[in-house]
Write a protein that binds this ligand. Structure first.
Ligand code: PLP
Length: 394
């Protein structure tokens, strides 16, 4: 008889979003005339920018013409998009060859699939609070998971110490859920640690485009020695509104090797075995993001989300509530007032002012007592939510 992968039984119920959906549904069924102000969503609310839409349309037309039609695309990505992404990095001083860039259907897919590169016996370190997929993908793989808690004391940006040990290290910066961003100095400590210990960092840069402080690193490859210990996973989901269109990319330097195995070569082999590439149409649309016009347009959308962040931050400043994030990230991570627990605060906001956020506890035990606001909602709802917060907590 077949033995299923019994590690699925080790997964915890996807309690966080299930519970939020249930609580909001129950509230609305009891209060059908109330409007909710949803500051919990991790999805974007603005449509794709014009430059992308134009390119998507033109790529659809290509598929209707024999001479311009595209069938299977190269498994690791179209040359035009790999080059455009390498150029995007070059503009920031990171020199990559296009075949160090792999086009993907999004960061979530890659965060799970990339684990094929590592032996099951390798341990993985997750800095918490964390995006839940890191833990779940490794539970499914049956890997040992080490949890590194962070706190307000270290600005939710912990550094390695003498006791730290891990083969695979997840670092998300700008962070979901805390919005905290590693400085070059702090991130360099992780790079040096990984090189010293032969570990590999999986750097999740899904929110890099939200960084506005020039001194902060958008890519781990801005740091010395990162090309011998890091893989960077990125996404156009939040940067350019591709959550439903699906496109991302992964950078694996050719210099990344362990025990005589080259990870770039291994990933080529993995992709050519397990995928037939991302659709031509979507890759053409994605390439438009990296044009001058596309960059201008996506940044004007990001500015709208950033203004939402400013509105929420100024409300919290007025209330004297501790928070981080918001400035260089689309998330604001606040301390729940009066020692409230994060689910207690969730219920309080839902029942009193119909504002929905995300309880910090859902991102790891050290998130208890904190709460995440997303800034991807509409400016009108964000403004109303901020006013309601001031009235309730002021
Ligand atoms: N990484 C982080 C930190 C995220 O917050 C998300 C989505 O919310 C993802 C990855 C997934 O991105 P994608 O839509 O490209 O799968």
């Amino acid at each position: 008889m077949i033995t299923p992968n019994m590690h699925y039984a080790d997964l915890k119920e996807s309690y966080l979003f299930y519970n939020i959906a249930k609580k909001t549904k129950d509230y609305l069924s009891k209060n059908p005339n109330k409007k909710l102000y949803r500051m919990g969503i991790g999805d974007v609310s603005l449509p794709l920018c014009d430059a992308v839409i134009k390119e998507l349309h033109s790529a659809v037309e290509d598929q209707a013409v024999k001479e311009r039609f595209h069938g299977y695309m190269p498994e690791c990505g179209a040359a035009f998009l790999r080059e455009a992404i390498a150029e995007y990095y070059r503009n920031r001083g990171v020199i990559l060859s296009p075949d160090e860039v792999f086009v993907s259907s999004g960061a979530s897919d890659e965060l799970g699939d990339i684990l094929d590169l590592f032996d099951r016996s390798s341990s993985c370190l997750v800095i918490e609070p964390a995006y839940p997929a890191y833990v779940d993908a490794n539970i499914i793989a049956g890997r040992e998971i080490l949890h590194l808690s962070s706190s307000q004391d270290n600005g939710f940006l912990p550094e390695p110490n003498d006791e730290t040990k891990a083969d695979i290290i997840y670092i998300c910066s700008p962070n979901n859920p805390t919005g905290a961003v590693f400085t070059k100095e702090k991130l360099q400590n992780w790079v040096d640690f990984a090189n010293r210990n032969g570990s590999i960092i999986l750097f999740d840069a899904a929110y890099e485009a939200f960084i506005e402080d020039e001194s902060l690193p958008h890519s781990i490859f801005e740091l010395k020695g990162a090309d011998t210990c890091s893989i960077e996973i990125c996404s156009l989901s939040k940067t350019a509104g591709f959550t439903g269109t699906r496109l991302g990319y992964t950078v694996i330097p050719k210099k990344l090797e362990r025990q005589g195995m080259n990870f770039n070569n291994m990933w080529v082999r993995n992709r050519t075995t397990k995928t037939n590439g991302v659709s031509y149409i979507i890759q053409k649309g994605g390439a438009a993001v990296f044009t001058e016009e596309g960059q201008k347009q996506i940044h004007s959308n990001i500015k709208i989300y950033k203004n939402n962040a400013k509105i929420l931050m100024s409300a919290l400043d007025r209330l004297g509530i501790w928070y981080c994030g918001g400035k260089n990230a689309p998330y604001i991570w606040m301390k729940c007032p009066d020692g409230m627990g994060s689910w207690e605060f969730f219920d309080y906001l839902l029942n009193e002012i119909q504002v929905v956020g995300t309880p910090g506890e859902g991102f790891g035990a050290c998130g208890e007592g904190y709460f995440r606001f997303s800034t991807f909602g509409s400016p009108e709802d964000t403004k109303e939510a901020a006013e309601r917060l001031i009235k309730l907590l002021g």
